[in-house]
Ligand binder design. Sequence first.
Ligand code: NOJ
Length: 733
Amino acid sequence: MTLQALVLLAAAALVQGETANKVRRDAPRGPEAWEAAHSSAAAALAKLSQQDKINIVTGVGWDKGPCVGNTPAIRSINYPQLCLQDGPLGVRFGSSITAFTPGIQAAATWDTDLIRQRGEYMGAEFRGVGVHSQLGPAPGPLGKIAHGGRNWEGFGVDPYLSGIATAQTIEGIQSAGVQATVKHYILNEQELNRETMSSSADDRTIHELYLWPFADAVHSNVASVMCSYNKINGTWACENEHVLNGLLKDELGFPGYVVTDWNAQHSTNDAANNGLDMSMPGSDYNGGNVLWGPALNSAVSSGRVPQSRLDDMVERILAAWYLLGQDANYPSVNLNANVQGNHKENVRAIARDGIVLLKNDDGALPLQKPSKLALVGSHSVANPQGVNACPDKGCNTGALGMGWGSGSVNYPYLVSPYDALKARADADGTTLSLHNSDQTNGVANVVSGADAAIVVITADSGEGYITVEGVVGDRPHLDPWHNGNELVKAVAAANKNTIVVVHSVGPIILENILANEGVKAIVWAGLPSQENGNALVDILYGLTSPSGKLVYTIAKREEDYGTRVVNGDDSFSEGLFIDYRHFDQEKIEPRYEFGFGLSYTTFEYADLEATSTATAGPATGETIPGGAADLWEEVVTVTASITNSGEVDGAEVAQLYLTLPSSAPPSPPKQLRGFAKLKLAAGESGTATFNLRRRDISYWDSGVGQWVVPEGEFGVSVGASSRDIRLTGSFTV
Ligand code: NOJ
């Protein structure tokens, strides 16, 4: 390289450094952003020794640094000791951080602005504590198994919704200059045997369900992808040529790096040659079994792994670092920094707007300054041992706000249902009595005579390395914990205005609860994190009209889902037919369908219009991050007019479901392909606009190996849920 070229490079690096001083407001987008980052990385690569390169791709070993994952600093290029830290809802092990709402709650708002803001605020916190890579979001598991232990970390069981939420989250995180790591790639749908089992799914199912949100992630320029523990078609995810090189890097054009899940690596050469770029934590949990480091060094010297492959790993990792502008003025690691700012406002908004009102008979809600109110259940109050008494939230004691595992964080505080209701009751002059137990003994005395009785019940789950009350991650059943059904029965027998509040990681079977005549309302309050009680009071008292919608189906019977945790390998034999796609196909009546949620007001739908510029046939665009460029072009616009026809202000999530023409291969009867959340004052009208991209109207053709728009008439259904369809129309391609 000439001296002149070196000077130019140095100047370019300086300019890059200057712009990176400011927290970036806009996430880098498009292939251009990566091109610049890769050329900076290539220039830096040229200065590295072989040992530097090995260090950049290999973690320092378990428990040997400040973060859950660390690589050594490389002084010659000012590369820091890289810090990778969980998780999808905030800074794990941080002591003054915000406990953001879990992904499942964010998704239930169907509010892209709030989801985006959640990402931005999380990014600001990770940056504030000096973390380079946030290990989230987690659109895998998708949640095809209602019992799956970690479904609450993701964005619900529809790939379209999950993809939008994944993209908004990543763009939010990365706008703060923090690398997002999307996980767990791929087909990691249960905790049981996650480190030994093999998942196999057909090509079409992989593309249309499980790969879908990862394509969104890559399109949003996600810095890295975490390969999962399981095998895919018999080959470990972190050394799977088809999954890493084929699908991710070639088909989706992913320019960033693949990092292992912790200890998910099983080989030196195969992992390197088949697409892995970073080994984490670099050893097993005893400090042994170092598969890269010196082993990778000798594999490269002996030619078993090409030098070009090692250089490619390093370039990808450095490119991600440059992409986010982390090469200048990045804070050093301090997990104890107080980074909360005003972020609790986002927690409260999502905790509140993710609440789904399932039932509200006789105008039981909102409450109108009752004179006597009763509150029942041990989950109404904070854990008496302390809100962070159980490491990684490995207990279900007191108010529930998140599941357990590496995806949990410390609460800075927790407002319990009791705390918030008590404050409100005091202000209103309401007498509030509390039965702080899940035992039915004595409950009748507490609730009888009250204007309303509120019972709080829960269901919890998490990551399989922790067992809570005999639950090893996945849920053994879909009933409430701690005597919930019996407790509700006892309360409803003594009070004819019983309101059931559910804090849960996923669906529970509600049939026993609904069998009680005294149950007038069910408030599906999900996982509200630190703002638990405040969000609940906002909805119970009608300060805000409920506007959340279910992001999974609530069945009448567990068997109705058609999927279970498997003991052994999983062939994904249900194919495309998961959750509502399955209920629709098999004509099974759910209790509450995907997309369902009531409001304190009513909405009317009118004037559906659909226009299309789409052409039939396969996508032909050049590959950009996310796949063929034309897949991302908007080709269909559907509009509908929505009117708030009730007495109070509210918000409606209008949903668009698409039915493919008969020329397409057998497909789910309808699939979510658009949604719009409209905030409408009483009497106000607005237009819901759904822009469908080419990918949204395509199916995956395994023969052609491409997304294909089928010819014929597409059915368009717009409504308030997947079954409450208010308008139908069509367009023809
Ligand atoms: C294993 C979990 O599966 C993953 O989500 C997490 O990021 C790592 N452990 C690191 O804690």
